[in-house]
Design a protein around this ligand. Structure first.
Ligand code: WT7
Length: 648
């Protein structure tokens, strides 16, 4: 827990305005405290009440059964996510309300009402059925940020198929691994997607992945760019052709609350990404409520979460949470600085966005580009701002608050993870004071605890420890797909009986949590999670590399930058060309997000006598520290450290 320095001290506390409080769903700290207490004392009463705001084909018999690590929620209940996100609203005045406002990077615009989206989803559900997809089958989605991504996800949940969305920035190899692990039957992709004026060749990547991933019987291709793409007749189908032939009526399948909903792969501390499995009833209920209360969502809002649907934020807070609430959700395909650094602010003004949810790394980039860009726009429809993905440094918080929010909009700094399914720690915008750099308080039903290495709760304010969750919450992951042992080992073995998040944190005297960042071998690069081992195995797959060790270095823009220490095989010499080649190699193996910022050649890595690489030392060297702190007595060869420092 010694690597969180970038966080400036900021002691000021900010309060939501009286006007905001008055109109908020939860408008006072007392109300939060009362509901929080109830949610822990009577979780069944609390969550049962929330779930009954949604539609169930068959009511549950028991709200919560069992405990960590294997709780069951809404046992015996049958429901459907697409039904709750669409049919429920189509039966009301929301029928013709905008559900999805989409903008492509080149500038096209599409608005789908709830009725439109409902029909499209049913059509695509019929398409999937025609391709032989049955309840429980896996469908991999590898798409750019286009409406079809949301339609495909919702169509899967409508028929009970399990989707696995793979971020469009991942390589063919990463896609193949994920298809194989899930044994997906159908792959949905596009001819390409736009990014910073260029085209991402998704179909080519998909074809390359399918050479290796043989479970896929059919590929559905969305026509996005119009580029010429390779085609395998019989296997490949155009989305629009299949849709033309499909009926727009397809009943939602009543599904058991604990049936699988989706798999989402995320990086862990081993080389292989984990398939985090979420199930229907608990996820749906939790995401519905967090979206409503954390974003203080109202029918009048235009809500924009800038995440890609390839990440959990895109699942829970671009698609499912807003639609479950009958809200208008904005989706943008491209880069924030295309064609110019004010694209986001143009979108805010153009659609009258009232709630904006984005990442600290984006905010820091906007700061760097200068406040002239946002100042060119009115931004007067905004009423609430949010951040997610990594700790936000107080400077970026203040900039967001003043330059974007004009000191008028509360900020919610939401801490959560792929595994938690929904937001776990945050302030509620009408109830809580804000402390820049502190995420805030636990959401309803969430019982965090900070534990020391002896599993004892840390009681002193501001003392660091491991952030754990000690009670079951509805949207927690249920297992790691195909690897129940890894699920237990990864999350429930470090501190027996409780869920270990992998993050360090501390709690202040007011009960506000401050997240210190990962304590395991997981990097957070521009809000994206990457395993050091994953990048290391990509490096050693290059013929020149003997050994590699990857660490994070604090980076003013990306939070963490990737630094790779590399030893070369006999016959290879360090050179700038090789350095660039290795960076490109990693980008090709995993995807551009994993490209190392720095490759350092060395003749040896610092290891313990038992052969374990001492990443702790490498982190300090990467950060340019002159004096190496901490115990180095277990080092096998102390001179390695000196040579590494000199090599900088
Ligand atoms: C890790 C989870 C959940 C959405 C996006 C990331 C870090 C996330 C915050 C925050 C400090 C944060 C943690 C966490 N993180 N939000 N508000 N403050 N750190 O999901 O890829 O599963 O990564 O992101 O380290 O463990 P993810």
């Amino acid at each position: 827990m010694d690597r969180i320095e970038g966080v400036l001290k900021e002691e000021r506390v900010f309060y939501p305005s009286e006007a905001f409080r008055k109109q908020a769903h939860i408008g006072s700290e007392e109300e939060y405290e009362r509901l929080y207490r109830e949610s822990l004392e009577d979780p069944e009463g609390f969550w049962g009440r929330v779930a009954s705001e949604l539609h169930w084909f068959t009511p549950w018999q028991k709200v919560l059964e069992g405990d960590l690590p294997h709780p069951k929620w809404f046992v015996g209940g049958k429901t459907n996510l697409a039904f709750n996100a669409l049919d429920r609203h189509v039966q009301t005045w929301r029928r013709n309300k905008a559900a999805l406002i989409w903008e492509g990077e080149p500038g096209e615009e599409r608005v789908l009402t709830y009725h439109d989206l409902w029909r499209e989803v049913q059509r695509f559900a019929n398409v999937l059925k025609r391709l032989g997809v049955k309840k429980g089958d896996r469908v991999t989605i590898y798409l750019p940020m286009v409406p079809e991504a949301a339609i495909a996800m919702l169509a899967c949940t409508r028929i009970g198929a399990v989707h696995s969305v793979v971020f469009g920035g991942f390589s063919a190899g990463a896609l193949a691994d994920r298809i194989k692990d899930a044994e997906a039957k159908v792959l949905i992709t596009a001819d390409g997607g736009y990014r910073r004026g260029g085209i991402v060749p998704l179909k080519q990547n998909a074809d390359e992945a399918l050479k290796d991933a043989t479970s896929v019987e059919h590929v559905v291709v969305v026509r996005r760019t119009g580029e010429e793409v390779p085609w395998t007749p019989g296997r490949d189908h155009w989305w629009h052709e299949l849709m033309e032939a499909a009926s727009d009526r397809c009943e939602a399948e009543p599904m058991e609350a604990e049936e699988p909903l989706f798999i989402l792969y995320t990086s862990g501390s081993t080389g292989k990404p984990k398939g985090v499995l979420h199930t229907l009833g608990g996820y749906m209920t939790y995401v519905y409520l967090t979206t409503k209360l954390v974003f203080d969502l109202k029918d009048e809002d235009v809500y924009w979460c800038t995440a890609d649907v390839g990440w959990i934020t895109g699942h829970s807070y671009v698609v499912y949470g807003p639609l479950l609430n009958g809200a208008t959700t904005v989706m943008y395909e491209g880069a924030p600085n295309w064609p110019e650094p004010d694209r986001f602010w143009r979108i805010v003004d153009k659609y009258g966005v009232s709630i904006l949810y984005t990442a600290p790394t984006a905010i820091r980039a906007f700061m760097k580009w200068g406040e002239g860009w946002p100042l060119k726009h009115r931004l007067d429809t905004l009423r609430l701002l949010g951040t997610v993905g990594e700790p936000i440094n107080p400077e970026a918080w203040l900039w967001y608050y003043n330059v974007i929010g004009k000191g008028r909009c509360p900020i919610v700094d939401t801490w959560w993870q792929t595994e938690t399914g929904g937001i776990m720690i945050t302030t509620l915008p009408g109830a809580h004071a804000m402390k820049p750099g502190h995420a805030g308080k636990p959401f309803f039903g969430v019982k965090p605890e900070i534990l020391d290495s002896e599993h004892r709760p840390v009681e002193n304010p501001d003392e660091g420890g491991h952030l754990c969750i000690t009670r079951p919450w509805p949207s927690m992951l249920r297992t790691v797909w195909g690897d129940p042992e890894r699920f237990l080992k990864q999350y429930f073995s470090q501190h027996p009986g409780v869920y270990f998040t992998g993050d360090g944190a501390r709690r202040d005297k007011d009960g506000y949590y401050l997240i210190l960042g990962r304590v395991d071998d997981v990097l957070n690069v521009a809000g994206h999670r990457l395993g050091t081992m994953e990048i290391e195995s990509a490096l050693v797959s290059h013929p020149a590399v003997a050994e590699a060790a990857v660490v994070g270095r604090p980076d003013p823009l990306k939070g963490e930058a990737i630094v790779a220490f590399v030893t070369l095989k006999e016959g290879y010499q360090p050179s700038d060309a090789l350095r660039e080649e290795l960076k490109a190699h990693v980008a090709k193996v995993i995807g551009p997000i994993a490209r190392p910022d720095e490759v350092r050649f060395t003749d040896a890595l610092p290891k313990t006598r038992s052969g374990k690489i001492m990443r702790r030392l490498l982190r300090q060297i990467a950060a340019g520290e002159k004096e190496i702190k901490g115990d180095t007595s277990t080092l096998e060869d102390r001179s390695v450290v000196e040579r590494l420092k000199e090599g900088a």
